[in-house]
Design a protein around this ligand. Structure first.
Ligand SMILES: Nc1ncnc2c1ncn2[C@@H]1O[C@H](COP(=O)(O)OP(=O)(O)OP(=O)(O)O)[C@@H](O)[C@H]1O
Ligand SMILES: [Mg+2]
Length: 336
């Protein structure tokens, strides 16, 4: 089965062709224009998707050596995300499928992030715990039978990626801030500043706004005198605090749901320190640790096609009245 995957939920226009779980092409165009605004401007994102969507799809087909006729189904992100951006991808795919008679598979973007695990490692063969840490989500899911997901924990306020982006902005680093902090932290000391580790009562939920505020007070206290060495120390110490919490909660949640395998996905899962610490902590806890390569962690069309493939294998189809959605509440699993 050959699936075309289309992604437009935020500031990446992406298309990919996947054949029976095997990647034939993966084209991602990131909208650099938002850099100058310090964050994604929704209307600019929608306009940029309109411009890019046909050329990006054509490029993905060309890279795959495929034509539209040879595609069996088209998967598209329905949500969550920026509604105007989603409308571009969903309307485009619906029109394409209306004209060609091909089936549409509407995909949840967060489920698609999780499916980077299957895309990278094939059938997992057992229930696993997945940390989704991205620009809009910090969620822990128990994943069973393909893509059946139950929520184990979630952020109460900022997502991890959002905290990275906001702290980067305080330090005068450009958007997106996560990769900038990751790079700046290489030269810094992770124990230079003792930022709080926000471990809130509810065992597997997260909170990052207090940590962000602590960095804000620290930076304000420097009154603009931030040397490059200090900047690296702040970046490394902030990153260490986020990573401590993400690693601690992921490992303990895996034990709570008796999962022997964990994965980490979403843009923040491309963070070099998080990857190293999860590998180490997972090994110590006797867990199998699955970390998809960074290009499958940030937004792309391949994870959309993979999620569509897993849904179709489970008999899922979407009709042409499917609508995009900006947010979604995931079903929680009760943990004793
Ligand atoms: N190396 C890194 N270290 C930390 N954060 C990173 C790194 N690379 C990317 N990020 C962060 O990942 C986020 C983008 O990830 P992704 O593309 O998955 O999110 P999104 O699609 O905007 O949000 P969502 O998937 O929740 O809708 C940004 O906040 C970015 O700063
Ligand atoms: Mg995303």
């Amino acid at each position: 089965m050959r699936i075309l995957g289309i992604e437009t939920s935020c500031d990446e226009t992406a298309a990919s062709v996947l054949e029976d779980g095997r990647l034939l092409s993966n084209v991602v165009q990131s909208q650099a224009i938002h850099g100058g605004f310090g964050g994604v401007v929704p209307e600019i994102a929608s306009r940029a998707h309109i411009k890019a969507i046909v050329p990006i799809m054509r490029e993905a087909l060309r890279d795959a050596g495929a034509d539209l006729e040879s595609i069996d189904a088209v998967a598209v992100t329905l949500g969550p995300g920026l509604i105007g951006a989603l409308i571009v991808g969903v309307s485009f795919v619906k029109s394409l499928c209306f004209a060609t008679g091909k089936p549409v598979v509407g995909v949840d973007h967060v489920e698609a992030h999780v499916s980077a695990t299957h895309l990278s490692f094939g059938e997992i063969g057992e229930p696993f715990l997945s940390l989704v840490a991205s620009g809009g989500h910090t969620h822990l899911f128990l994943v069973e039978d393909g893509l059946k997901m139950s929520l184990v924990g979630a952020t109460r306020d900022d997502a991890a990626g959002e905290a990275f982006d906001k702290v980067a902005r305080m330090l005068g680093l450009p958007y997106p801030g996560g990769p900038e902090i990751d790079r700046a932290a290489e030269a810094g000391r992770p124990d230079a500043i003792d930022f709080p580790r926000p471990v809130i009562d509810k065992a597997y939920d997260f909170s990052f706004s207090g940590l962000k505020t602590a960095v804000r007070y620290y930076v304000d206290g420097l009154e603009g005198r931030v040397s490059p060495g200090m900047l690296s120390d702040i970046a490394a110490s902030f990153q260490e605090a986020v990573v401590d919490v993400l690693v601690h909660k992921t490992i303990s949640a895996a034990a709570a749901v008796s999962a022997g395998t964990i994965s980490a996905v979403g843009g923040v899962a491309s963070n070099s320190r998080l990857r190293a610490r999860l590998e180490e902590a997972g090994r110590e806890a006797g867990l199998r640790v699955l970390l998809p390569p960074p290009e499958f962690c940030t937004d792309n069309g391949a994870i959309i096609a993979e999620a569509g493939y897993l849904m179709m294998k489970a008999g899922g189809r979407t009709d042409l009245s499917a609508s995009p959605y900006s947010t979604r509440l995931y079903e929680r699993v009760n943990i004793a």
